[in-house]
Design a protein around this ligand. Structure first.
Ligand SMILES: Nc1ncnc2c1ncn2[C@@H]1O[C@H](COP(=O)(O)OP(=O)(O)OP(=O)(O)O)[C@@H](O)[C@H]1O
Length: 254
């Protein structure tokens, strides 16, 4: 089987500093891969290179065998690579349901209009409600986006990402900034998306219990380089990973 996402020799330099250096990886379809590494290891920069927010100084990125190294974020999204929306893309004065419905419409090429024909409107709304159920926000459908708690906003972002219907999802620390009470619910959301089985998921996360319970593969980044790529069991056993840095990782974990 062909990898759905591949990089070879991916490198980005800012002056003399290379936050991502010579990273070659293969991600197989319908797998769950977590990227771990200490603060500043280059995880978010790697996501930026995969999603197109940054262009590499050297190396290539392929999606489903197509070279996407020089494509824009929007083109990569159309080809099936989606990155979590930032909350800045959410309309704060619209309801949660309206925000997701607009994301569904945009994916289907009906751009940002609150008004669509009644038949189309019903179709968009049905899909938006399904997505809100998946992210456990069904009860908040009529709340204004600006009134959501932080954890709920992250769920709304995930629903809007799912609305893009991309085969690959890049999730950058979905639990960041959440209160302890909010974390179990976001874990449940990710578990549901994984169980639907139709997506390839890449996750950046410091919470090791979450990483270990979900992941088929772990990629360990250290100083911008790929230190190891293996199953969670083998990574946890790896002396290289342990001695190089797992102690430091656990310091970050919460
Ligand atoms: N646009 C940029 N210009 C200069 N340096 C950058 C830029 N983007 C990232 N870096 C540097 O790249 C390094 C890696 O940062 P990155 O955010 O990718 O790490 P990370 O592994 O995601 O860390 P964390 O776990 O803390 O989020 C850092 O030293 C950062 O300062």
């Amino acid at each position: 089987m062909q990898p759905i996402l591949q990089t070879e020799g991916l490198t980005i330099a800012f002056g003399g500093h290379k936050p991502v250096q010579d990273v070659s990886l293969n991600v197989m379809p319908h797998t769950f891969t977590s990227i771990i590494g200490p603060n500043g290891a280059g995880k978010t920069t790697l996501f930026n290179l995969l999603s197109g927010q940054l262009k590499p100084t050297e190396g290539k990125v392929w999606l489903k065998g197509k070279d996407i190294t020089h494509l824009s974020v929007a083109k990569r999204t159309r080809l099936g690579l989606g990155r979590s929306f930032q909350i800045t893309n959410v309309f704060p004065s619209l309801t949660v349901l309206e925000n997701v419905r607009l994301a569904v419409q945009a994916q289907e090429g009906v751009y940002y209009s609150l008004f669509a024909s009644p038949k189309k409107h019903a179709h968009f709304e049905k899909r938006a409600i399904e997505l809100l159920e998946t992210v456990l926000l069904g009860a908040k459908a009529d709340s204004l986006a600006k009134n959501l708690a932080h954890g709920e906003k992250r769920k709304l972002e995930i629903a809007m990402l799912l609305a893009l219907e991309t085969e690959v999802l890049l999730l950058d620390e979905p639990t960041a900034g959440m209160s302890l009470e909010e974390v179990p619910s976001i874990l449940e959301v990710i578990r549901r998306i994984k169980e639907q089985g139709n997506r390839t998921i890449l996750l950046i996360e410091h919470k090791m219990d979450m990483v270990l319970s979900f992941s088929d593969r772990l990629l360990v980044l250290f100083n911008g380089r790929l230190l190891a790529e293996d199953t969670p069991e083998n990574i946890m056993k790896s002396e290289l990973v342990q001695t190089a840095y797992l102690g430091g990782l656990y310091d970050d974990a919460s």
